[in-house]
Design a protein around this ligand. Structure first.
Ligand SMILES: Nc1ncnc2c1ncn2[C@@H]1O[C@H](COP(=O)(O)OP(=O)(O)OP(=O)(O)O)[C@@H](O)[C@H]1O
Ligand SMILES: [Mg+2]
Length: 235
């Protein structure tokens, strides 16, 4: 039943989001189109609304106005948002959020519960995902004995467990040193090629942005139209 994933198109139309009864306008009027399989880097100053946008696309929160369509479905029409979060999207955050009392294998298996038929299938897939991220021999280890980069690789394996068509990553290398961060990025590039996912990644790292198909800038709750004058200079 689980077929090879392919990237989902993402469309945001006039999305608004405020907090604190309207006092904080986190997203003012955001419209964005992401093609299937595209890797978009989202960048901008702290507080400009990047995580808010990611959270809305991942259905962790709802917009005040506007529509968000993922893989041709408007999120407003998705009745089972938990199912959407579990099967269509994979999340990677700055911090790994692994469950400290569970082994790497169990952490990767957890999101498959209720979606993958049997325990046997789940364990098989969790092992394959850990192999994929180069941690096949660490399956029984607890997160506490792993390095920051290893934990983040387990978090990537967990995010990919249900073969999402959209990967949402919020500063996934932000807490890693540059070498480890580069390895994590190389891993993401490899799994992206293999699973053909769409990726939207928040980052403030120019190195990371360079690996993306396109960089989208945000400022004060709005997307900055990309004009040659505003493009970062190279060299
Ligand atoms: N749950 C919330 N309640 C109240 N205000 C919030 C909430 N989430 C975000 N905000 C506010 O909305 C604005 C945008 O926040 P957001 O987290 O999206 O910024 P960001 O671009 O991700 O910043 P950073 O780079 O620091 O992570 C900020 O002013 C923030 O304080
Ligand atoms: Mg943020």
């Amino acid at each position: 039943m689980t077929s090879r994933a392919s990237g989902a198109a993402v469309t945001c139309e006039h999305v608004r989001k405020s907090f604190e009864g309207g006092r904080i306008q986190a997203l003012i009027d955001v419209s964005l189109d992401i093609a299937p399989g595209e890797f978009v880097a989202l960048t901008g100053r702290s507080g400009c609304g990047k995580s808010t946008l990611l959270n809305l696309i991942g259905a962790l929160d709802r917009p005040d106005a506007g529509t968000i369509t993922v893989g041709g479905r408007s999120l407003a029409d998705v009745h089972n948002l938990a199912e959407y979060r579990a099967t269509t999207v994979g999340f990677i955050f700055q911090f790994h959020y692994l469950i400290p009392t569970l082994s790497a294998l169990w952490n990767v298996e957890a999101p498959m519960i209720g979606h993958e038929r049997s325990r046997h299938q789940r364990v098989k897939r969790a092992r394959a995902m850990l192999e994929e991220v180069g941690l096949g021999d660490r399956a029984d280890d607890l997160p506490g004995v792993m390095s920051g980069g290893e934990r983040q690789r387990v978090a990537i394996a967990r995010a990919l467990a249900n073969r999402p068509s959209l990967l949402l990553a919020d500063e996934p290398t932000g807490a890693l040193d540059s070498t480890t961060g580069a390895n994590v990025l190389a891993l993401l590039a490899r799994v992206r090629a293999q699973y053909q996912m769409t990726i939207l990644m928040v980052t403030n790292d120019d190195e990371v942005s360079r690996t993306a198909d396109r960089v989208v800038w945000m400022r004060d709750g709005c997307l900055v139209p990309s004009t040659p004058a505003e493009a970062p200079r190279s060299g």
